[in-house]
Ligand binder design. Structure first.
Ligand code: PMP
Length: 394
């Protein structure tokens, strides 16, 4: 039977990791996979995470099953982190999931349970796994224009035009902040215009919030999501704790379904717990407990926020330095967008040939669409990258 399986194309980003490891060159630079790294190339465990784990080790007395939909303390803390004072527990269903990916998958399953004719509108480009999951599920994907290849900003008029074609029963997938892979984001005024279009069409937004705290700050990065939540009666939010808590391998995420009345919330909550039961039964406990421990303890929370701010500030400084270096080398401001973009990624706008040349000649690894992981850089490697970008003719 298993011999009937068709070979799967390897995930391009994960394949790049293997290629990078196999490269014997000393000065190679990994700007591929989306993991935060400090200046030494290490992905550290955050201080508050270590402390929370220490407390858990001291205090936990059982490993028996916990909640099928997750623990209320985690759901509540995540709801508040994302929605702030706008959280309405009586109409918000919440589910602990296997990372942000699990939240996206369960959101799509939930939407399809509610509407078997589901279509999903996604930005062009988007995180490739969005499209891959939808294709695997057999959910039709409609792309909306998003990235302006000339300015490397958001092609907002085109985006508005394209998402206006969504109808009630469709889902429009939006990146809450730090758009992956482009780094180009909506302004708050633009979020308000998107909300108006969603109001008019009746389509349901699904907000993928994988980088809260990596862009302009914890509150700022949630502002678009909060605006949508304040205006649209039904909103799905798929949040990941992988990046902002640095707990990638613990697989921690959360799906929120904001409903317009308590009866619908109960329906959604039941369906979401059912989806966990059908897929993997109980969600992972450890990472969710770490997150809840941090968010519900003033001291740990302050320390976590301080460290997250260091991480965010470090990435902004790298952006500034790279943009400055390129301004000097290019003698123009055409790479200024690198300092405007937010989050871990920027789409450089290089051709596949230029990306290949940077890899072959300079040992610089980025995703084929010229997505750079800014956190893969440090003060010493920025000049090397800048020179490669210019010499490759970008
Ligand atoms: N959404 C986006 C846009 C992402 O970049 C990622 C991680 N690469 C995820 C969701 C999923 O994150 P997780 O590792 O928590 O499943």
């Amino acid at each position: 039977m298993l011999g009937n399986l068709k070979p799967q194309a390897p995930d391009k980003i994960l394949a790049l990791i293997g290629e990078f490891r196999a490269d014997p060159r000393q000065g190679k630079i990994d700007l591929g996979v989306g993991v935060y790294k400090d200046a030494t190339g290490h992905t550290p465990i955050m201080r508050a995470v270590l402390e929370a784990e220490k407390r858990m080790l001291e205090n936990e007395t059982t490993k028996t099953y916990a909640g099928l939909a997750g623990e209320p303390e985690f759901q509540r803390a995540m709801g508040e982190l994302i929605l702030g004072a706008g959280l309405k527990p009586e109409t918000t269903a919440a589910l602990a999931t296997v990372g942000g990916t699990g939240a996206i998958r369960q959101a799509l399953e939930l939407a399809r349970m509610a509407n078997p004719e589901l279509r999903v509108f996604v930005s062009d480009p988007t995180w490739p796994n969005h499209v891959s999951i939808m294709n695997f599920m057999g959910v039709p994907v409609v792309t909306y224009r998003y990235f302006d290849a000339e300015t490397r900003g958001v092609a907002f008029d085109a985006m508005k035009q394209d998402i206006s074609a969504a109808k009630k029963g469709d889902v429009v997938l939006l990146h809450g902040c730090c758009h992956n892979p482009t780094g180009a984001n909506l302004t708050l005024d633009q979020w308000a215009e998107v909300a108006s279009i969603l109001e008019k069409t009746g389509a349901t937004p699904l907000i993928d919030l994988a980088y809260q705290g990596f862009g302009d700050g914890l509150e700022e990065d949630a502002a678009g999501t909060r605006l949508i939540a304040s205006r649209i009666p039904e909103v799905l939010i798929a949040a990941s704790c992988s990046k902002n808590f640095g707990i990638y391998r613990e697989r921690t995420g959360c799906l929120l379904a904001l409903c317009d009345n308590p009866a619908t919330k109960e329906l959604a909550q039941g369906a979401m717990a059912f989806l966990n039961r059908q897929t993997y039964s109980f969600p992972p406990f450890h990472g969710a407990k770490v997150v809840a421990t941090i968010l519900n303890d003033a001291g740990l929370r302050a320390d976590w926020q301080a460290e997250l701010e260091e991480v965010r500030g470090g990435m902004l400084r790298l952006r500034e330095q790279l943009a400055t270096e390129l301004r000097d080398l290019a003698g123009s401001d055409r790479f200024g967008f690198l300092a405007e973009h937010r989050g871990m990624f920027s789409r450089l706008g290089a051709s596949p040939e230029q990306v290949a040349r940077m890899k072959e000649e300079f040992g610089i690894y980025m995703v084929g669409d010229s997505r750079l992981n800014i956190a893969g850089l440090n003060e010493a490697t920025i000049p090397v990258l800048a020179r490669a970008i210019i010499e490759a003719g970008v």
